[in-house]
Write a protein that binds this ligand. Structure first.
Ligand code: HEC
Length: 109
């Protein structure tokens, strides 16, 4: 397997090579990863599983201010109760769910 840096770079390339990940591709990857179970389709994390595990609201600036690569790494490697997805989703699919996370962002208040 590739090292952490290698992975981050490949994901960065995957993100760069799909500047506008197709909406349906993004939605399909979000579904495949079952992100909804914990984060909800709105990213609020207000599902029963999300509340039980303390999933953070993905729409908030603290999450959104991270780079695409940082978000991709959390999804790939997991963090605390967030499962790792590097064996479940391809690099392209991870890039696609990053675009989903982005699309959840709340407009600045
Ligand atoms: C089994 C429940 C579960 C599933 C499924 C899940 N997550 Fe998470 N996720 C969590 C939890 C819990 C956290 C908070 C981790 C922590 O405490 O640091 C989290 C954190 C995150 C974060 C980091 C937010 C931050 O604090 O910066 C991102 C991004 C994220 N999830 C995206 C996803 C995506 C995309 C998917 C689908 C591929 C997914 N998650 C699937 C439970 C889940």
């Amino acid at each position: 397997m590739y090292g952490r840096l290698g992975f981050a770079l490949t994901v960065a390339l995957a993100i760069a090579s799909v500047p506008a990940v197709a909406q349906d591709q993004a939605a399909a990857a979000w579904k495949k990863g079952n992100c909804k179970m914990c984060h909800g389709d709105d990213g609020s994390g207000s599902t029963p599983a999300g509340k039980a595990m303390g999933a953070r609201d993905l729409r908030v600036p603290a999450v959104q201010k991270q780079t695409d690569v940082e978000i991709a790494k959390i999804v790939a490697d997991g963090r605390k109760k967030m499962p790792a997805f590097k064996n479940k989703l391809s690099e392209k699919e991870i890039a696609a769910v990053v675009s989903c996370v982005r699309s959840l962002a709340q407009p600045a208040k």
